[in-house]
Design a protein around this ligand. Structure first.
Ligand code: MLT
Ligand code: MN
Ligand code: ZN
Length: 292
């Protein structure tokens, strides 16, 4: 399996357009960017699936040679999108795929309902392209083209803010466990992880790589950076400081992604990266590739 990390920032990216915090200011001056969370995976390097659809998707696709169209004039290797959440930073990019002849979108019932109701992407996109809207049941493996098998792992029930009126029950947040039927390589992708629950830890068992929630390093990071704000845990993101020890016990490569602009780990020279390195964990970077 080939994995390409297209974007590794939380919603807003780095620098965030309206943020003058130290990290955004540094990135702006250096001309560096971390784009919003999105991953591409392929079992055969010919057919690719996107994990989430970032608001930066157009630029991410253009920057990734494997995802270039051809040989037919409108032929694309991108076969579908698997959604972990219905959050805007994971779904706005769907609108950027409207030129596709057809697009298959996988998500749980809660996520697909949100995209038909409070954020009516389905109806809007349906006027532009032919959509195959494919519900995913947690814990039930299904196959993708190119030799991949996927299982959605339930990890949380946090609704997007725009869906506050939707039912609070349901699989609002899932991780994906993706295995390559040929190589046996397993990727676990969990950019939004509120806690290390049993189903998640079971999914990590036997994985070669875990690309996981690195939104915040510390639980009180928002307050530290901005003087106000909820804790990481209240926002549905287990901080790196609380997951590092447990996640690095499984023998899998651990890469932290979906970094918020307040996260000191975002800077390549951050002293905080030494603690990660001591546990053998890494900060995911835009454009990084893995072979599993
Ligand atoms: C999240 O990851 O918790 C959401 O994307 C937050 C948001 O953008 O509202
Ligand atoms: Mn997010
Ligand atoms: Zn900032």
């Amino acid at each position: 399996m080939r994995v390409r990390l297209l974007g590794t920032a939380a919603g807003g990216g780095v620098p965030q357009w309206n943020c003058a915090c130290a990290a955004c200011d540094r990135a702006r001056k250096a001309g560096t960017t971390r784009t919003q969370d999105c991953v591409a995976v392929s079992g055969d390097r010919r057919t690719w699936y996107l994990l989430n659809a970032s608001p930066d998707l157009r630029a991410q696709l253009a920057a990734t040679p494997e995802l270039a169209p051809g040989p037919g004039p409108r032929e694309t290797p991108v076969r579908g999108v698997l959604l972990c959440t219905a959050e805007l930073d994971h779904t706005l990019g769907l609108l950027a795929l409207r030129e596709a002849e057809t697009i298959t979108v996988y998500g749980t019932a809660a996520v697909l309902d949100a995209l038909s109701g409070p954020f009516p992407v389905r109806g809007v996109l349906g006027a532009y392209t032919s959509l195959a809207w494919t519900p995913v049941a947690v814990d039930e493996p299904f196959e993708l083209a190119g030799g991949l098998t996927v299982t959605a792992v339930p990890v949380g029930a946090k609704r997007p803010r725009y869906a506050a009126g939707a039912p609070s029950t349901g699989d609002w947040v899932v991780a994906y466990r993706i295995s390559d039927r040929r190589t046996g390589g397993v990727l676990v992708y969990a950019p939004c992880l509120p806690a290390l629950g049993g189903p998640f830890l079971a999914a990590v068992t036997g994985a070669r790589a875990v690309v996981v929630d690195g939104t915040f390093l510390y639980d009180d990071e928002m307050a530290r950076a901005t003087g106000a704000g909820r804790t990481a845990t209240e926002m549905g993101h287990l901080p790196v400081s609380a997951s590092l020890r447990d996640l690095t016990r499984f023998g899998a490569r651990v890469l932290y992604t979906h970094l918020n602009n307040t996260n000191p780990l975002g800077a390549a020279t951050a002293a905080e990266r030494e603690t990660l390195a001591a546990y053998g964990a890494e900060v995911a970077e835009d454009g990084q590739a893995l072979t599993l």
